[in-house]
Design a protein around this ligand. Structure first.
Ligand code: PXP
Length: 241
C-alpha cells in the first residue's frame, strides 16, 4: 500500500504569521495520524521561518508513524539530525529568499558533500532520501551517493496539471520511477500535489509514497485536518490494479 507523509510546514507558517503558539504542528500531526497518515514531514530551515527545533523534538517524542526531516546539507542541520534522529532525512536545496523549495538538489554538482552527509546519517541508522529532479543523471548519482531513496520533484508536473498539460511531465516521472526501481532505489514523489493530480501518480506501481502538505492543509480549512488527510489517503491508495 502506498504511503502518505503529510508535510506540516504550512501549519507552522500559519502560526508564525502571528508569532503565536497555535496552530501547533504537533497537535496537527496527531490528527494526521488519526486520518490515516503514514508519516509526518517537516522542513527545518536555516532561518527557522516555520518549523522550529521545539516542533521537531516534540514530534520525535509523540508521533507513532515515520518522521521525515527535510533539511539542507549544512553542518548545523547534520548536528540536529544526529541529535533528534528522525526515521528519514530528505536532503533538499535551500535558498534563503525562496517561498518554498524551488527545485531538486543537484547531486551531480554537489556529489562529494551529499555522499558524505548520507554516510554520516546512515551511520546513525537514519534512512536517507534526496529530493531531485526527474533526471537520469541525478538518479544515477543519488544511487552512487548511497541514498536509500529519492523523492522526485513533482512541481513542474503539478503546475502543468492545473492547466491540463501534464502529459509530458507524467511520462518523465514514469520513466524515472521505473529506472529507480530497476537500480534498487525506492521512489517517493512530492511538491505541489493536490486532490486531482495525485490520481495518475497513484497508479504508478514504482512510487512507494508521497509527501503532500499545502493541498491538505488548505483543504483542512474547510473540512478539518483529519478528514482532509483521510480523503488524500484514499486517493493515494486507489490504484487501478
Ligand atoms: N517535498 C519537498 C522536498 C518539499 O520541499 C515540499 C514543500 O515543503 C513538499 C514535498 C510538499 O509540497 P506541498 O506543500 O506543495 O505539498
Amino acid at each position: 500500500m502506498k504511503k502518505l507523509s503529510v508535510n506540516l510546514d504550512h501549519v507552522a507558517t500559519l502560526r508564525e504569521a502571528r508569532k503565536e503558539s497555535f496552530p501547533d504542528p504537533v497537535q496537527a500531526a496527531l490528527l494526521c495520524e488519526l486520518g490515516g497518515a503514514d508519516g509526518i514531514t517537516v522542513h527545518l530551515r536555516s532561518d527557522r521561518r516555520h518549523i522550529k527545533e521545539r516542533d521537531l523534538r516534540l514530534l520525535r517524542e509523540t508521533i507513532k508513524t515515520e518522521l521525515n526531516l527535510e533539511m539542507a546539507t549544512t553542518e548545523e542541520m547534520l548536528r540536529i539530525a544526529l541529535q533528534v534522529k528522525p526515521d528519514v532525512v530528505t536532503l533538499v536545496p535551500e535558498r534563503p529568499e525562496e517561498l518554498t523549495t524551488e527545485g531538486g538538489l543537484d547531486v551531480v554538482k554537489n556529489f562529494s558533500l551529499i555522499k558524505k552527509r548520507i554516510n554520516q546519517l546512515k551511520g546513525a541508522g537514519i534512512i536517507t532520501s534526496i529530493f531531485i529532479e526527474a533526471d537520469e543523471k541525478q538518479v544515477v548519482r543519488a544511487k552512487e551517493a548511497g541514498a536509500d531513496k529519492i523523492e522526485i520533484n513533482t512541481d513542474a508536473y503539478a503546475k502543468k496539471s492545473r492547466k491540463g498539460k501534464a502529459g509530458e511531465e507524467l511520462e518523465r516521472i514514469k520513466k524515472i520511477a521505473r529506472h529507480c526501481s530497476e537500480i534498487g532505489l525506492l521512489v517517493h514523489a512530492g511538491h505541489g500535489l493536490d486532490y486531482w493530480n495525485i490520481i495518475p501518480l497513484a497508479q504508478l506501481e514504482e512510487i512507494e509514497g508521497f509527501s503532500i502538505g499545502f493541498a491538505i492543509v488548505a483543504r483542512a480549512v474547510f473540512v478539518g485536518l483529519k478528514e482532509a488527510v483521510s480523503e488524500m489517503k484514499r486517493l493515494v491508495c486507489a490504484t487501478a490494479r
